[in-house]
Design a protein around this ligand. Sequence first.
Ligand code: HEC
Ligand code: HEC
Length: 243
Amino acid sequence: MNLRLLSISMMTCAAAFLCVGCKDVPGRPGSEAERPDQVLKFAVLYKQNCAACHGEDGRSGAAISLANPVYLAVAGADKIQQITANGVPGTLMPAFAKSHGGMLTDQQIAVLAEGLESEWGRADALGGQIPPPYASSSAGDPAQGQKAFTTFCASCHGVDGAGVVRGKIHTGSLVDPAYLALISDQGLRSLILAGQPQENMPDWKSDMTGAGSRAMTDQEIADTVAWLASHRIATPGQPYMHP
Ligand code: HEC
Ligand code: HEC
């Protein structure tokens, strides 16, 4: 069972507690620092607001790596700014804009979105290829998705998606309803598009089957997401989302 996203819930509680704790402690080191809404340095904003879930240096966190040039190129700064402001409803990704109940000004969110691209983006990330759209343009077909999964994913995730432990490859279950309850369909699509370089999971265009193969198509990605999503179950009391 995949515990990476589940671990976020616990970190969220810890972070909330720490922030409450630091509010009115006079004389605490750093208390004469600039007001929170005047911080405009990317590194500081990222560390304070994002690192707990997305990783200290933008990778190896419980949530998707943001220090992934392919992700940054496919999503783009505008989309990232919008998601950071509004959050992802039904998941643990909070809304950060003050207008959505968050703690950050629009300017700070712009600094974050632009900073992610300039610090961790790479102009040649897509290797000259045109990526499928960030968001799916069609509903996927789960039956086709099972086939695509077998072709592109099974070597590392098992034919049933339940994970494998083989040599250096250790994967958790992608079809566990507890995992699927914590990630949106777009969250799954983003991971397929962008891969996870730090885990050696290839992006959409890289050779996924190891047999001199081709990039995944938009439709194959949509189908794969639909197949994974078909393993969701309606569990009362669980965060549960449909687009
Ligand atoms: C409490 C944990 C948490 C924190 C803090 C957090 N995120 Fe997230 N973030 C998530 C999760 C979980 C997702 C995946 C949501 C989904 O399933 O679509 C996510 C998704 C995202 C995405 C969209 C990825 C995609 O699929 O395109 C962006 C962009 C993002 N976060 C940026 C940020 C930024 C910038 C910050 C800091 C200002 C931040 N996040 C802080 C948990 C968090
Ligand atoms: C070369 C091996 C490899 C291939 C091919 C591969 N993955 Fe992965 N993938 C990994 C590894 C390793 C991880 C990280 C370990 C984990 O989270 O289980 C991972 C993680 C993931 C995650 C994130 C799980 C989490 O913790 O949030 C998703 C979703 C995912 N893969 C889906 C896919 C899909 C869908 C395909 C096919 C389109 C695919 N992967 C192809 C190796 C691979």
